[in-house]
Design a protein around this ligand. Sequence first.
Ligand SMILES: [Zn+2]
Ligand SMILES: [Zn+2]
Length: 254
Amino acid sequence: MNPQIPLPAGWDLLSRLRFPQWIVHLSEEALDLLFPPRCAGCGRPGGSWCPACAAAISPLVPPVCSLCGIPWSRGERCPRCEADPLRLDGVRSCYIYSGPIRRALHRLKFHGRYRLAQALAAWMTEGWARFAMEADLLVPVPASSARQRLRGYNQAAMLAQALAERVTIPFCPRALHRVRPTPSQVGLTQSARRENVRGAFVADPQWVRGKRVVVVDDVCTSGATLEACAAALYQAGAQSVWGFTLARVILKGR
Ligand SMILES: [Zn+2]
Ligand SMILES: [Zn+2]
């Protein structure tokens, strides 16, 4: 396996310019002097998380449904997965999508800040260990809109790359491509969400054949996007496909 998989073209300014790592770190320290770090949750000056935001974050901890990863203690699978299983090896998410995590992801989506991605990836690294995740390859969900692609960064790729560095697993943004745009999933039922993203992705066998792939995204709602990514990866010969997200929306009635 080649850990030196090239970075995607331009997901943040420092990566885009492809400076050596020591220059990147020096630049970050210079940035810290010019723009002191702020809390990732509320933006107050200080460390990467202020005590109030750190205390308000809700980790998603075992026991969870063995398939979809929502909190669940009455048996192996939650009722939804018993009735209609998610079509991949499994999904694990690190935090409930609420409070400071929700605000931080909103800021990451619209501002794409490098240090914010680093702060969030630190929380993801804890979740990675909590669920004893294993992988040969970390693959981000490809950018979801033309506007996002125009911005030049993809929050899933920012998180996946920062996580990959921390858990020392190759980051491979070239493995998965979006082949058609997908309308927003907001307000759709589970079956409509599946239909909305069906066939939206293709995977490249040269990167994924025989590999244990983990697909990284910022937030998981129904799992339909991760399922569509997994369908493409299985078709390209992946050995297993898990989804791993920073946050999880807990839907009502589950
Ligand atoms: Zn805060
Ligand atoms: Zn489940």
